[in-house]
Write a protein that binds this ligand. Structure first.
Ligand code: ADP
Ligand code: MG
Length: 372
């Protein structure tokens, strides 16, 4: 089961109904695969484009069994499936990436522990299991950041602590937490790494990410860093993928610290928002790479034919820009089909493409999209 290859015509089961599932399903259909989804609700961004759906909770054994019986190989866009749910799926079908990798990435403590064992550089951190662990955090240094160990995304479940006074004033925190030293970073970088069933590893170019209100705002591809640093980031991502025995794609978020060092922030063993630029700047994008990896098809080099700037469209304010974006030459629009544009919700993204090596300077970046 571990090495089974699935030819086009097979059915890929995707867990999760969001935009990552939607874009994975479109990539799967491009290669002639069928897609069966497990989603808690329909319609959802992914159910709109999949051939069939099991509607149910992600840890309901009956829903998981029904889902597994309708597909040949299972992957996921949603990371918070329970350990029992994963074990049940793995009993029935190959799950790629393996449930064990998902289990590691679900919890910031297991994730950091495993990354430390692998030997990559991390921001200094401590586990904080209860109020009794707070006093010891002074040794990390300030400012620091506390994060819930599970279910955090888009900066949710995070508390910034500027100094000892603020630390002493903290009350009723949602333990367990991890504390990290706030890194004075030059840039945030990320690498999409994919590893195939035969062990082939491919890395897309190292990119630069900018956040707004804790949510990814812009990705610049490639990152504007020295080539050796970009390569070092890719080597780090490849090393993690190999150590974990990954099959599929994974996003590796990093800090390029002011002292020049690279630190891994977190990993996400699935397609990732910071890889959306590949949809218009690479012949084979992150979603197709993922589909190829989980079905055991060959992985071509992750080559970039153009430079790209990806802008996320967040909430009602960015949806109001859509008519103007549609009328903008050079803007490739991707909408996720979400009915309601709530504040802070990712509604779509726009890729603007430039000739290889011609990524515009800082000032020109501002003018790429119509203003908010
Ligand atoms: P999430 O799971 O919400 O993406 P992250 O750990 O990636 O959580 O944190 C979200 C953002 O917060 C990061 O992209 C970064 O901008 C900032 N951040 C998180 N941890 C640190 C840190 N130790 N030092 C500096 N900035 C941080
Ligand atoms: Mg993150």
């Amino acid at each position: 089961m571990k090495t089974q290859v699935f030819a086009p015509g097979s059915t890929i089961g995707i867990i999760g109904g969001g935009q990552l599932g939607r874009m994975s399903a479109v990539a799967a259909s491009k290669l002639g695969f069928h897609v069966h989804l497990l989603s808690t609700e329909t319609p959802s961004p992914a159910t709109e484009v999949a051939a069939s759906v099991t509607v149910g909770a992600y840890d309901d054994p009956a829903a998981l069994e029904d889902f597994a019986s309708r597909c040949d190989v299972v992957t996921f866009e949603f990371e918070n499936i329970s350990a029992e749910g994963l074990a049940l799926l793995e009993k029935h079908r190959p799950v790629r990436p393996a449930g064990e990798i998902l289990r590691i990435s679900q919890d910031r403590i297991t994730e950091k522990t495993r990354l430390f064992e692998i030997g990559v550089n991390l921001a200094p951190w401590r586990a904080v299991n209860g109020p009794e662990d707070l006093a010891g955090l002074e040794t990390l240094g300030f400012p620091l950041i506390l994060k819930t160990t599970r279910f955090g995304y888009d900066g949710k479940g995070q508390f910034r602590v500027p100094d000892a006074e603020a630390l002493a004033a903290l009350k009723d925190l949602p333990y367990p937490l991890v504390a990290e030293k706030m890194i004075d970073f030059e840039r945030e970088l990320s690498v999409m790494v994919v590893r195939g069933l035969d062990g082939t590893v491919r890395c897309f170019d190292t990119v630069e990410n900018r956040h707004r209100n804790g949510i990814l705002d812009v990705t610049l591809a490639p990152a504007r860093v020295m080539p050796d640093l970009a390569l070092q980031a890719q080597d780090m991502a490849a090393c993690i993928a190999e150590a974990l025995g990954l099959v599929g794609i994974m996003g590796v978020e990093m800090f390029h610290a002011a002292d020049g060092s690279l630190m891994v922030n977190e990993i996400a063993p699935r397609p990732h928002n910071s890889g959306h630029w590949t949809m218009d700047a690479c012949l084979v994008d992150q979603f197709e790479m993922h589909v190829r990896a989980v079905t055991g098809l060959p992985l071509p080099p992750a080559r970039r034919h153009s430079d790209a700037v990806m802008h996320n469209l967040i909430g009602p304010e960015d949806m109001a820009r859509v008519p103007a974006i549609l009328a903008t030459d050079g803007a490739s629009l991707h909408l996720y089909g979400k009915a309601e544009a709530r504040p802070g919700r990712k509604m779509g993204h726009v890729n603007t493409i430039f000739p290889h090596g011609a990524l515009p300077g800082e000032l020109a970046l501002e003018g790429l999209l119509p203003p908010r």
